[in-house]
Design a protein around this ligand. Sequence first.
Ligand code: ZN
Length: 667
Amino acid sequence: MEKYPGLCNQDIALRVYSSRLIGRESSLVLHGGGNTSVKTTLQDDLGDQVKVLCVKGSGWDLATLDVPGLPAVRLDSFAALRGRDRLSDEAMVNAARTRLLDSRAPNPSVEALLHAFLPHRFIDHSHADSILSLVDQEHAEVICKRIYGDRLAIVPYVMPGFELAKLAARCHENHPRASGLLLLQHGLFTYGETARSSYELHIEMVSLAEQYIASKKGALRGASSRRVVESPPPRYEHFAPVLRGALRSGLVFDLRTSALIRAFVDDPELGRLAGQGPATPDHVIRTKSRPLILGLLDDKEALDGAEGWVSQIHDAVREYHRDYECYFSRQVMDRGLERVALDPDPRVVLVPGLGLIGLGPDPQSARTAADLYEHTISVIVDAEAVGSYRPLPESDLFDMEYWPLEQAKLGTKSHRALEGQVVLITGAGSGIGEATARLFSTHGACLCLVDIDGQKVASVAESLDCPWEAVDLCDSSALHRSVDRCVCHYGGLDGVVSNAGRAPQSAMDQCPQALFDQSLQINLIAHQELAASASRVMKRQGKGGFLLFNASKAAFNPGPNFGPYAVAKAGLVALMKQYALEGGAAGIRSNAVNADRVQTGLLPREMLEARARARGLKTEDYFRANLLSVRVRAEDVAGAFLHLALAPSTTGGVLTVDGGNIAASPR
Ligand code: ZN
């Protein structure tokens, strides 16, 4: 309370506490779903005690709710809006904002008026899975009456907003002794004089629903049938890029498999079960109203070299796009609406024999879609045990999907240049690789980081919230595996920054064979292995991509006693050109950065002194010995990689980042 002087009192502190209890239970609410409120008194800027409604603010999650997430609205005049016949959504948002005690507070929930029109002090609202299994039924009212009697008043489905708020208040007044409201095809409200009583009622109602479902499931045990999936689907790392390439927008994947998911996707009735719509309208903006169901994909064909399943995936995605576009035009034309169509790509894909894939423009959105659909599966399975799953019809889902107040939840984040693009970076634990990872991450790239030093790369990856792997460039199969893992993590691959290297020194006529071999392996062969693996994935995806190599000025201007390194790097430039030549037709761009004298881990102190001596320079002058007399930073090289990643018409090029070194300029 002390942390928020003037904004908090005991009621609000308790409201925060029990809201978090609800928010932390994923079977009650998920990803910002549900909302809670308390009616209390706070002091305004004149020093007067005013009655306020503190209700969850948009953009807050119940699991992590805090005082600023419960904006305080002046209650009396807000509740007086009930006297109006009509109130548009914009007017409703405006009405809430103009009554806030704190102008910096977030917008109160779109269900704020419902909280205001009910008289109770504490109100809890969730979209609990078990409740949805009951309210998404053709005979929901009969079933709910059987379980709850008069303890919950039933509210027919109306979209959230002014109209629902009025209807809910009327339903409460017609059932003044009820402890809460059951909103058909939507969720549960409970209320009470204390935070505890409202919370406990909520849990009791949810438990009653669970018990009822369990009793019905017990009776059904053994009756469920499963489709026999004779041949497993193609290996995920093979078919995910094909699916990703068939989509219109740049999306990343989140694959889920579990016994429950497998049983669902292998159910012979999958088409009927999954084809009806989301469990609560709140989900539609994250999952779209229907998942894409891929038929059985036969891996045998892939092994035979036939591409049957590739065209099968493309056909299925095309059909999904067509259906989505028809749904959109049907709704806008039939009802004379003006809306801008969203992208027609699915957000959930179901694959018999494998599981479910959540899709999104970034990993968090993909995770959210997968989480929501995992719970949708439980809701559908339980609903089918009780009766038959019957969510909202298409027109109501459309209203929700294209409701400006819901769209706002998708965020106003401006599109970043590498948003939704998957990039693998080697040598990402420090120096140029780390700087590149950080820069690419700020531009929205979904990264997989690789380095020989597991500890270092783990700490970079942790700070960027992305997967990592410790890989020795001398181990070719580990390199290939790292590409596969990246594909399994995100569903595909759009770019590689082949950066890692090592700089051995020796005069050529004194060079031990093993040292020369090692330099070739690390500075040339490993780059080829990685580029080959990555370009095969990119071709399967069919959306182009980029290969970026860290060449060195040594490729053009060899230094004394640096032969083993210079020869390998010269080969690397040739490798880059070869990929530009062979990848162009597939839209794969291949470029290199030619950096020099960047102070990184590649040059330890002793070697630095030796290099400076070899060039006849003092150590302190070594880094500034260039035309611009500047110190080249790892960030400058990262900037060059970013530029090349985004240069749509550049391939086969070398970009110099060395402060100016005419002897090393490419020719
Ligand atoms: Zn709701």
